[in-house]
Design a protein around this ligand. Structure first.
Ligand SMILES: NC(=O)c1ccc[n+]([C@@H]2O[C@H](COP(=O)([O-])OP(=O)(O)OC[C@H]3O[C@@H](n4cnc5c(N)ncnc54)[C@H](O)[C@@H]3O)[C@@H](O)[C@H]2O)c1
Length: 248
């Protein structure tokens, strides 16, 4: 019960890595808001997990919606210990000059602007309490980028820099800020990164991962649980690879 008594919001918590973190946090004693634009999936997961889970429909790229999420979490839990900025999207693998402006704007709003919006809504609360943990789900794409995913890669590089500067600015207020850099993972998003889900494409991706497998939602749950627990009380500003050695 390493998160006993803690409360958390996981954005994009209804699917993939987010759901893996929600499940682990609840298993370790936390109460968790599953905050997702897919309200039906958030409700279904909350129903499965019982009274420790609360579902909230949110568009993390919209300031009004994010404020409503923050208000709902504080009303449900009374306080917030952990914020996980996990919701993210990509454009399809495309030459960088051919990505549509709509796709660029969507990646910008969901992957980057959301980190500002959730900070605006919840950092004042954490500052008042002189404690809090923020975890940003970035990517190995921000460290060791592949071609044809340029604007997605850049959004994750931005997230890593935001993590480091948030960490140094918020440290005097007792707030820790870290990131995870997952490698390609078995989630619904994987197909979008690969372009096509074929045995050949899977083999190509796997050949770059020394441990020889894709990451799993459970891997992100375990790493996130550690970084968000009091065991990581001296750790802030890191962007930790969960990548089977891909970035070596
Ligand atoms: N899967 C991978 O290979 C991989 C690798 C590295 C990093 N990541 C990152 O991990 C995070 C989670 O990805 P995943 O693979 O679990 O994807 P996923 O598609 O399985 O889950 C993403 C969730 O975010 C939600 N979402 C999308 N837009 C939203 C919005 N505007 N507001 C609220 N919720 C929204 C979706 O409904 C979905 O439930 C993303 O930030 C992604 O960039 C994924």
């Amino acid at each position: 019960m390493r998160l006993k008594g803690k409360t958390a919001i996981v954005t994009g918590g209804a699917s993939g890595f987010g759901a893996g973190m929600v499940r682990k946090f609840i298993a370790e004693g936390a109460r968790v808001m599953i905050a997702d634009i897919n309200g039906n999936a958030a409700n279904a997961l909350a129903a499965e997990l019982g009274s420790a889970a609360v579902a909230q429909t949110v568009d993390v790229s919209d300031g009004t919606s994010v404020q409503a999420m923050a208000d709902a979490a504080l009303s449900a839990f009374g306080h917030l210990d952990i914020l996980v900025n996990n919701a993210g999207v990509t454009h399809m693998p495309t030459p960088l000059e051919d990505v549509s402006e709509d796709d660029f704007d969507r990646v910008f709003r969901v992957n980057m602007k959301s980190v500002y919006l959730t900070a605006r809504a919840l950092v004042p609360h954490m500052k008042d309490r002189k404690q809090g943990v923020i975890l940003n789900i970035a990517s190995t794409a921000g460290v060791s980028p592949r071609p044809r995913l340029n604007w997605y890669n850049a959004s994750k590089g931005w997230m890593i820099t935001a993590t480091r500067t948030m960490a140094v600015e918020l440290a005097p207020d007792g707030i820790r800020v870290n990131a995870l850099n997952p490698v390609a993972g078995e989630t619904p998003l994987l197909k979008s990164f690969m372009g096509e889900d074929t045995p050949e494409m899977r083999a190509k991706f796997l050949s770059t991962i020394p441990l020889g497998r894709f990451s799993q939602p459970e891997d992100m749950g375990n790493a996130a649980c550690f970084l968000c627990s009091d065991e990581a009380g001296m750790i802030t500003g890191v962007a930790m690879e969960v990548d089977g050695g891909r970035c070596i």
